[in-house]
Design a protein. Sequence first.
Length: 297
Amino acid sequence: MTARVLVPWSDISVPVGLDAMVWDGRGAPPDGLSDVEFYVLPYDQGAEPAKLISQLPSLRAVQTLSAGYDNLLALVPEGVRLANGRGLHDLSVAEHTLALILASQRYFPRWFAQQRSGSWDRAHTRSLADCRVLLVGYGSIGQAIERYLVAGEAEVVRVASTAREGVHGIAELPELLPAADIVVLVLPDTPQTRGLFGAEQLALLPDSALVVNVGRGTAVDTAALTAEVAAGRLRAALDVVDPEPLPAEHPLWTLDGAIVTPHIAGGSDSFYPRAKRLAERQLAHYAKGEPLENVVN
């Protein structure tokens, strides 16, 4: 008997034994979904694709193309496998992280503004080389970021939820923060990480330290960080914020010392072919009755 799957792109190769329907997350989903067994969630289409999970009574497996999956755990019924997109965004997010760091350290906002005004006002800048970078969140994305930082001859201090050989635990942050030139946050949105970097933690950073967030905005107290940047004591380079999207009138948009991008670190050209290959592998596993990769529940 042919099993039905719901996928986001029409060019995904579907193995024999599976019948594919396509929905990219835009507009209303197609009719006839009652027998869908495998659902590959459209990427970066807001909350609507996840809501469809409850309308698929025959569902047996869900594949999200995001690394984060905490928002899906409560939506996936018991007995339905949930697999995440671990590894898909590693290089894309690492590239964007490096770009944010270099843009801030090398004063790119200043040079871009001067370009628009035709000004040639030179100055020496900061650097990445020889900086002490606190990398908070040492999963696969953190490891990809580390490779770029090491190539830039920065000193990397690894931090994860719990200490292990070569990696500090989050409990050690009070001792680590005062010596950090740059802090890179690659944290999920969990009860343990929300507000982890509040006023108390930010106050421990030395003057002119750079806070980079490419994980989830909830890890940082936005008001506390905004106050530090407004005072000229800290700098920020953020791809994620809380709330998200950042309100148009929020001071972080225009503060000197702040760079904000709209949560686009994971969506580069390198992501899509990798996501397509993962979806195809997972469908092949499913068709053969094999275990899925990256199962998180």
